[in-house]
Design a protein around this ligand. Sequence first.
Ligand code: HAM
Length: 439
Amino acid sequence: MFKNLPGFREFYPEDCAKKNAIFKAWKTAARSFGFQEFEPPVLEPLELFTEKSGEEIRSQLFEFVDKGGREVALRPEMTPSLARMVGARAGGIRRPVKWFAIGENYRYERQQKGRLRAFYQYNADILGDESISADAEIIALLIESLRAFGLTKDEFKLRLGDRNLWVLFLEALGVCGEFVAKVLSVVDKIEKVRPEAFSEMMAEALAGSGLNAEKVAAECKKFVLINSVEGLEAQFAAAGGEFKEKVGARLSDWKELLSLLSAMGVGEFVKVDMGIVRGLAYYTGFVFEAFQTVGTGRALAGGGRYDALVKKLGYPDMCAVGFGMGDVTVGDLLELVGKLPKLETSVDVFAVIGSEALREKVLPVIFELRRNGVGVDYSFKAAGFGKQFKMADAVGAKCAAIFGEDEFAKGVVKIKDLKSGEETEVAMGDAVSFFANRE
Ligand code: HAM
């Protein structure tokens, strides 16, 4: 006997129904915002991720050498592939590019609740627009994509941080160059590690910088606690000269963003939180993560601005902002709060065949219905009425269409609604239009 690999799910039909219901809500939300669907390859050159995603993802790659001697990796995320696809068309593409994708990603993670080695992710990104409106649009789509399930502000929140202000804050502490990214990747782990471990990691990140790591760690611990624009203003109040101008400009971006989000009706889902810096290496501006605020408090989605990635891949400069949302944590949350979308019933009609002599008279009607988009199932073997009704129940059919001797003699089919028990007789020739008009 064989077992599936750890972290890889098997989707039985009921699991597929659940997954499809989630995807449907995501697609509807993305399309309602004018996003177009795209699909990147599952297998990519290893280098695409080792260079661009950063250390954490690097250690989680499913990588191997293919039969042609190429170093390849299963995609751990879709953002570098998207940047390449858009970059390749950067010359002529209409901007802003608003694209979404749903696909499976692979990360060799330590398996735990909400974290698997193969998971689906819904991505939505806007490229080629640097305005704060684009950030607002992406954040609003993330929120609406969760609200589409009926989730409320008591069940999830979006925590909004800013790498721009982090860079300015670190600059003021004397942290610059290569050390900025190193410090940010330590800050990203602040909630996950013990205080002593945080200090040790900071000392390691700042080794060779000549800076006092303990002081930087202590300042960072205070900065992550800022949770309002007023708090940010107070933090930078003493700034002077050119630095003051930069901070001032950024704080006005903050006000614009929050005011747009409130006009979009999603403001109450958003919390200012400088503790959000994001682990991936390519982020440059506003960054955000959505967390469930009930149960385990896991991350549902994450994203932000990444204005330099397209250029880093060798294409023309093109700014970008986007998010990724996972199916595992969203599915778990919906189950927890009883908001999983209604699962699609597998079949519309079960054809009850009165006798074997009628089978070849009924089959043309069944196939006529199927060719017209009505889902029909039936028994392959001779079976009594009672047994066929049981089968109809077992496959979750909405109605039974009864084709008996009497019905054929009258040129009708008897349709029984299996929920209400209501019966209707429909002329055989009208069966297709009858079902087409039912909801
Ligand atoms: P990420 O934060 O690595 O961002 O992943 C986004 C979401 O994917 C997470 O919040 C989580 O729901 C889900 N996820 C990630 N890893 C796993 C896992 N091992 N098992 C289950 N779910 C997981 C990105 O991937 C960025 N590329 C998002 C992005 C798009 N940024 C800009 N555009």
